[in-house]
Design a protein around this ligand. Structure first.
Ligand code: URA
Length: 435
C-alpha cells in the first residue's frame, strides 16, 4: 500500500477501506508517513468528506493508537459526558457531582485545551492542593469508593488525535465534521465508559454556529458511539449567550458551587438537570427522562451533590473547606465595572467576543505552555433581553493587571449590542439526537 495512492483515491472522491485507514494511522504514528502527505490527505478529506463507515473506522483506529482505559473493575454502568465547549461552560463541575450523588459511577478524563478559559481540570485546580494527575489505580479506587474521579487525560490517550489535531490546526482542516467527530469520539472511546452523553453547543459562542451544523455533528458522533457499542445521546444546547453569568476559572467554580446549593443561574441548573437525566437513562438507572430529572433535582435539594463535590475535592488532595467557604478560592486584586452607555436593552451578546475578553484577562491559553490566571474573569450582570439604564453595570471584570483589564473592557463593550429591542433568545435545549 502507498500513501500516495490513498491521497489520490480520496482526492478523487473514493471511499477509504478499513485496511487503508489502518495503514494510514499506523504509518503516521510510526512516522513512515510524513506530515506533508498526511496534510494532503486531511485536505482531501476536508473537500471530499468521509462516509459513516470511514468516519467510524478512522475513530476506532485513532482510539486504538494508544491506551484503552479498562474500567471493568468499577461496578455499574459508567457514563461519560462531553461538551463541545463554549463560554461560561462549567457544566461538568455541577453535573458530575449530581450524577455521582445519584449513585452512578463517573470516571472522567478531561482535557486542558486551548481557549478563552481553562478546561475542567484547570478550573478544579482553583481548589488549593487539588491534583488532576491521578495514577490509574487511584483513579479507579476513587470511583469505586466515592463514585467520582476527574483526572487529566494521560499522554497516551488517543495519541493519533494529538498528532492529527496539531496538523489540522496549521493546515486549515479543523472544521470538518468527520474529523471533529473522530477526534472527540476517539478520546471518549479510549476513556472506557459504557455510555456517553454529548452536549453539542450551537450559537455565537460555539464551534458550530448554526443549529443545522450542530445537529449534523451530533448525528455523526452519536452514530459512531452507538456503532462502537456505547449507548450515546447528544443534547443540542444554546451557546448564543454565555452559560450562567461567570466566565473564568475560580469564578466559574464559585458559580458551580452556588448551583449545587440550589441558587445557581436558571440556564445552568436546567442544562445540568437535562444532561443528568440522559446520563441516568443511558446508565439504566431510571426508566424515563422525567424520573431522571426528578432524581437530579433531588440531588440539589437534598444537598448531596454539593457534599459529593466536597468528597471529590478531598479525595484528590484539595481543601474541601473551600466548597463551603469560597473566600478560600483564588480571587483577583482588581474588580472593574463596565457600564451601559444608554437606556434600552441588551439586543445581542457576541459570545465569542466575551470569550476573547476573558482570554485578554488571562483566563485561558493561547499556546499549550501559557500560564492561566485562575482568579481572572468576568461576571455578567445583564444577559440578552434584559433592560438597562445608562450607567447600569452590565459586567464586572476581575483581574490583576490594569493594562489587561483595559484591553478586556474594550473587547467586552464590543460584545454587548445595546438597542431598543432585543432580537430574542433561543431556547436553552435546541434538540436531542439519539440515533
Ligand atoms: N474538540 C476536539 O477534541 N477535537 C476537534 O477536532 C474539535 C474540538
Amino acid at each position: 500500500m502507498r500513501m500516495y495512492d490513498l491521497i489520490q483515491k480520496k482526492r478523487n472522491g473514493g471511499i477509504l477501506l478499513p485496511e487503508e485507514i489502518h495503514y494510514m494511522i499506523q504509518g503516521y504514528m510510526t512516522e513512515e508517513i510524513p506530515d506533508y502527505q498526511m496534510s494532503a490527505m486531511l485536505m482531501a478529506i476536508y473537500f471530499q468528506g468521509m462516509n459513516e463507515e470511514e468516519t467510524l473506522n478512522l475513530t476506532l483506529e485513532m482510539a486504538k493508537s494508544g491506551d484503552l482505559l479498562d474500567l471493568s473493575s468499577i461496578e455499574g454502568i459508567k457514563v461519560d459526558k462531553h461538551s463541545t465547549g463554549g463560554v461560561g461552560d462549567k457544566t461538568t463541575l455541577v453535573l458530575a457531582p449530581m450524577v455521582a450523588a445519584a449513585g452512578i459511577p463517573i470516571a472522567k478524563m478531561s482535557g486542558r485545551g486551548l481557549g478563552h478559559t481553562g478546561g475542567t481540570i484547570d478550573k478544579l485546580e482553583s481548589f488549593p492542593g487539588f491534583t488532576t494527575s491521578l495514577p490509574e489505580e487511584t483513579f479507579i479506587h476513587n470511583v469505586n469508593s466515592i463514585k467520582l474521579a476527574i483526572s487529566g487525560q494521560t499522554a497516551n490517550l488517543a495519541p493519533a488525535d494529538k498528532k492529527l489535531y496539531a496538523l489540522r490546526d496549521v493546515t486549515a482542516t479543523v472544521d470538518q465534521k468527520s474529523l471533529i467527530a473522530a477526534s472527540i469520539m476517539s478520546k471518549k472511546l479510549a476513556s472506557g465508559a459504557d455510555a456517553i452523553v454529548l452536549d453539542v453547543k450551537t450559537g455565537s459562542g460555539a464551534f458550530m454556529k448554526t443549529k443545522e451544523e450542530a445537529v449534523a455533528l451530533a448525528k455523526t458522533m452519536v452514530c459512531i458511539g452507538n456503532r462502537a457499542g456505547r449507548k450515546t445521546t447528544a443534547v443540542i444546547s444554546d451557546m448564543d449567550q454565555p452559560l450562567g453569568y461567570a466566565v473564568g476559572n475560580a469564578l466559574e467554580v464559585k458559580e458551580a458551587i452556588e448551583t449545587l446549593k440550589g441558587n445557581g443561574p436558571k440556564d445552568l441548573t436546567r442544562l445540568c438537570i437535562v444532561l443528568g437525566s440522559h446520563m441516568l437513562f443511558n446508565a439504566k438507572a431510571v426508566d424515563s427522562l422525567e424520573k431522571g430529572e426528578e432524581l437530579m433535582q433531588q440531588t440539589l435539594t437534598e444537598g448531596i451533590a454539593l457534599k459529593k463535590l466536597a468528597e471529590l475535592v478531598h479525595a484528590q488532595g484539595g481543601n474541601e473547606q473551600a466548597v463551603y467557604d469560597t473566600s478560600l478560592l483564588p480571587s483577583a486584586a482588581i474588580q472593574e465595572p463596565v457600564y451601559a452607555s444608554l437606556d434600552g436593552c441588551i439586543e445581542k451578546i457576541y459570545t465569542d467576543e466575551v470569550g476573547a475578553a476573558s482570554l485578554l484577562l488571562g483566563c485561558g491559553r493561547t499556546t499549550k505552555d501559557s500560564t492561566i490566571d485562575l482568579s481572572a474573569g468576568l461576571i455578567l450582570h445583564k444577559k440578552t433581553g434584559d433592560s438597562v439604564k445608562k450607567g447600569d453595570i452590565i459586567a464586572v471584570l476581575h483581574g490583576n493587571d490594569t493594562s489587561k483589564i483595559a484591553a478586556a473592557k474594550d473587547r467586552l463593550l464590543k460584545a454587548f449590542i445595546l438597542g431598543r429591542r432585543a432580537s430574542g433568545t433561543f431556547p436553552l435545549i435546541r434538540g436531542v439526537v439519539t440515533e
